[in-house]
Design a binder for this molecule. Structure first.
Ligand SMILES: [Cu+2]
Length: 480
């Protein structure tokens, strides 16, 4: 087995699932070894700033087909935005009005969803805002949220997994007055890096076709090669004492358990929807699909340290960081990063309950859909929940299956009240839009629906294992 192949074992941190998936794959192309140094410079996505048109910040994004070289000598068919694979990092500011012209040229209908953004449902880019091939969709809205590292991705009904797999995703970074002045690394591409982590399954001819069979529809599509910003086995030459990584788990279905190879601690400063109130020092970070974490790593001159997926079976490297012999000083991380307005359970007017269920027999036995929420599969014509604008609500999510799921909801950033009746982890005390639930777990979320009543256009909630979403593990709510 070549060391570039890897094995996922979630047993060591997902003990409760009962399902110990070990998915091994091998990639015989290169025959190179991760025991040696990393081989490719980390790709840094271009930044895309808006251009001012009468006070509106305008962005142009073109979804297109591309040819990517992940392995020397092999061409791979991919999709990208303004490029061959993945898309640029959009930079936006709180309070600005933005318009994004999204042109679809991929040869089939797709959508582009602004994951984590608070915006009108019609601008959300979900299944109800299809962009046909050759057409341009131009959502316009005012950015109304705290500084955060968000992302965008295709959300085409029943095709989300395939379109994201092929490359239709990128990040959106929001800035505000607080992030302007906070003493954290913030020079893009130098000490402040986007890091889109995912895995893709490559065939021996270099192709990474999306082929979800029965097993993948049940467990999710899992790759045999890890990538960071679309780079295979990358390194980054660091020149500063502190390095800030804005990490997105952009995989279809893989839970990453991240750490540094020398087990040195790092500091998480932000979660999905922005800064934590206080930094959290840690040595391990679990990120489910769609979750984000911003971490800061302290570097010694000349140090080589790797960000790895930790697993008992076979850990693999996502990124090798090579520190220069002389490093530019970085200021200490502030003891307090922000103030979060904590929502109070007594202010909630209703508690809604959602059961995320996977019936192993369902699909295998040909008995229809295996992945459901409250026993139902997604129906674009059905509104599942109606929420009153201005209300604070508690949503209790139960994973009644034996495998992990990721709850994600559109429109709002929520707060986790408790996990299995106990307080959430320190790094979950945050604004979040996605939360990992191991088999059997229960989380209570609290959120306020502040704006944008629209009885006709729903927002989505769904599992962010994309194969589960496509199989129907999704529902719709309207704000009225
Ligand atoms: Cu799921």
């Amino acid at each position: 087995m070549t060391p570039l192949s890897f094995t996922f074992s979630r047993r060591n941190f997902l003990k409760s699932t009962g399902a110990a998936f070990v998915v091994a794959g091998s990639f015989p192309l290169a025959g190179r070894t991760q025991q040696n140094g990393a081989i490719n410079p980390l790709r840094i996505p271009a930044q895309l700033e808006g251009r001012d048109e009468g006070g509106v910040q305008v962005y142009d994004l073109t979804m297109r087909k591309g040819i990517s070289t992940f392995f020397e000598g092999y061409e791979t068919e991919t999709l990208g935005l303004n490029g061959d694979y993945l898309g640029p990092t959009l930079r936006m500011r709180d309070g600005e009005t933005v318009r994004i012209n999204v042109t679809n040229t991929i040869g089939e209908t797709s959508t582009l969803h602004w994951h984590g953004m608070h915006l009108p449902a019609k601008m959300d880019g979900g299944p109800h805002q299809p962009i046909r091939d050759g057409e341009t969709w131009s959502p316009e809205f005012t950015v109304k949220q705290k500084a955060a590292a968000l992302w965008y991705h295709s959300h085409q009904m029943e095709k989300t997994a395939e379109h994201v797999w092929r490359g239709l995703a990128g990040m959106v970074w929001i800035d505000d007055a607080e992030s302007d002045t906070i003493e954290l690394p913030k020079t893009y591409g130098t000490d402040d890096l986007p890091l889109v982590l995912h895995d893709r399954r490559f065939a021996s001819d270099g192709s990474m076709e999306y082929r979800a069979g029965m097993r993948e529809m049940m467990m999710g599509m899992i790759g045999n090669v890890p990538l960071a910003n679309g780079t295979v086995d990358p390194y980054f030459d660091a020149t500063t004492e502190k390095l800030r990584l804005r990490i997105l788990n952009g995989s279809n279905a893989t839970f990453y358990y991240l750490g540094l190879d020398n087990d040195q601690p790092f500091t998480q400063v932000a979660s999905d929807g922005g800064f934590l109130e206080t930094p959290v020092e840690m040595t391990r970070l679990l990120l489910g699909p769609a979750e984000r974490a911003e971490i800061v790593i302290d570097l010694e001159p000349g140090q080589v340290v790797s960000l790895r997926n930790i697993s008992n079976a076979l850990p693999f490297r996502f990124l090798e960081i090579r520190a220069a012999e002389t490093l530019t000083p970085s200021p200490a991380i502030p003891a307090r990063l922000t103030d979060i307005e904590w929502l109070k359970p007594e202010d909630a007017v209703v508690t809604r309950r959602f059961d995320m269920e996977t019936r192993m027999g369902g699909m295998m036995g040909g008995g229809g859909n295996a992945h459901t929420i409250n026993g139902k599969v997604m129906d674009m014509m059905r509104i599942d929940e109606t929420v009153k604008m201005g209300d604070t609500e508690i949503w209790e999510i139960r994973n009644v299956s034996g495998m992990p799921h990721v709850w994600h909801m559109h429109d709002v950033q929520f707060q986790i009240l408790d996990r299995n009746g106990k307080p959430p982890l320190a790094n979950e005390m945050a604004r979040k839009d996605a939360v990992t639930l191991r088999g059997g777990e229960v989380v209570r979320l609290i959120m306020r629906f502040e704006d944008y009543a629209d009885p006709d256009t729903p927002f989505m909630y769904h599992c962010h294992i994309l194969e589960h979403e496509d199989a129907g593990m999704m529902g719709q709510f309207v704000v009225v």
